[in-house]
Design a protein around this ligand. Structure first.
Ligand code: GDP
Ligand code: MG
Length: 175
């Protein structure tokens, strides 16, 4: 680990999506490599920090998790302001969370900067027998809305590191 101010790039990454889709679990898996059972009380601070080395450069990710403010219109502009990347999460075993994506996209359009890097994440991909959203359907939706699509499991630790490091790589490349 390195010092607070010793980094080449600092990026702010913001997670959004319905309550219960696993946003806090993804952040805990990535930053602490833990998966506590049950609904996660949202992190006591506004953000978590993760330091990465990308192409030999020190990159600091500041990861913002919604603090129980998942209801639409209650997340203010300040939350989206200055986000370098957005992670829009749904639950592959919950049609309702997928059906809410257009509402989240309109939030993004209203509050986020133009051309912010946006990932669509289908979490809980370990729940294979409970799948309600086919991969192709989500991939198609992501393509139509200029998002990068990836499925993850915070529980099984599947694709979580890849998600955040891909984001860090893309942001570093474009910095
Ligand atoms: P948030 O409200 O979006 O922050 O969601 P949480 O992280 O609090 O998770 C909500 C519930 O989903 C909890 O019971 C978690 O244990 C569960 N959960 C989160 N991620 C996964 C996952 O990848 N797979 C499975 N099976 N359950 C998960
Ligand atoms: Mg949470």
């Amino acid at each position: 680990d390195w010092g607070m101010e010793d980094y080449k790039f600092l990026f702010k990454v913001v997670l959004i999506g319905n309550a219960g889709v696993g946003k806090t679990s993804l952040v805990k898996r990535f930053t602490q490599n833990i998966f506590p059972m049950g609904q996660q009380s949202t992190i006591g601070v506004d953000f978590m920090i993760k330091n990465l080395i990308i192409d030999g450069e020190k990159v600091k990710l500041q990861i913002w998790d919604t603090a129980g403010q998942e209801r639409f219109r209650s997340i203010t502009q300040s939350y989206y302001r200055s986000a370098n990347a957005l992670i829009l999460v749904y639950d592959i075993s919950s049609q309702a969370t997928f059906d809410c994506l257009p509402q989240w996209l309109s939030e993004i359009e209203t509050y986020a900067g133009n051309n912010v890097l946006t990932y669509l994440v289908g979490n809980k991909c370990d729940k294979v027998t409970r799948r309600e959203i086919p991969r192709e359907k989500a991939d198609d939706f992501a393509n139509r809305h200029d998002m990068v699509f990836i499925e993850t499991s915070a529980k099984e630790c599947d694709n979580v590191d890849q998600l955040f490091s891909q984001i860090a790589q893309k942001l570093t490349k474009d910095a």
